[in-house]
Design a protein around this ligand. Sequence first.
Ligand code: PGA
Length: 248
Amino acid sequence: MRIPIIAGNWKMHKTMEEAVQFVRQIREDIKNTDREVVLCVPYTSLAAVKKEIEGTNIKLAAQNLHWEDYGAFTGEISPLMLKEIGIDYCIIGHSERRQYFNETDQTVNKKVHTALNHGIRPIVCVGETLEQRERGATQDWIKTQVIQALKGVNALQIKDIVLAYEPIWAIGTGETATPEQANEVIAWIRKNIQEIFGVSAAETIRIQYGGSVKPENISAIMAQKDIDGVLIGGASLKPDDFIQMVNF
Ligand code: PGA
């Protein structure tokens, strides 16, 4: 049984004060869910949110990490620093980081290993552009991204990894992949996981969909057989919407 995982990716939104208020507004209303709830918050709010979620069922995630433990990397944050705060998950390789901050499949892979070595569970993002989709290159592209991201990972580590399929053309655009389109790619990812890591790994790994998920479309997306959760950007910023999506 794969436990559904509903994650809010705040991106570069919310001050510390706003983050704390958000948690106070949602925690009562989501306390009975049997889904796993994760908040992916900016670095500056991690410690404050960690304190606010104490004793709740909410898990904490960072949105990025560096692959080295320490060093001359101005402006970067190391896994040791995140571990000290007590994060559970970390988003790795979000398309915005690949697009604006030059992240590559190689750096994504390094970060996946670093996270796993520090007991931080990676939420690894993959996704195609509209141009790739239109010329029929989606499957090949996604397969490559998954293989590269998980290079050197062993079958036992797979249970600690979450994958997120986020078509770039559906992120922040209001344009959602249809539930069937999303499921098709996610089933394809699972098939590839099975080929590389075996049946049990494929049955265990949780694969989310992300891209314009909102209260109106979450149940149709989650009803799909291979979709184990969602990574929600814009719609995760409003407490009422987030509560609705956790409890849909
Ligand atoms: P969106 O973002 O829900 O605003 O489309 C999703 C994501 O980037 O994780």
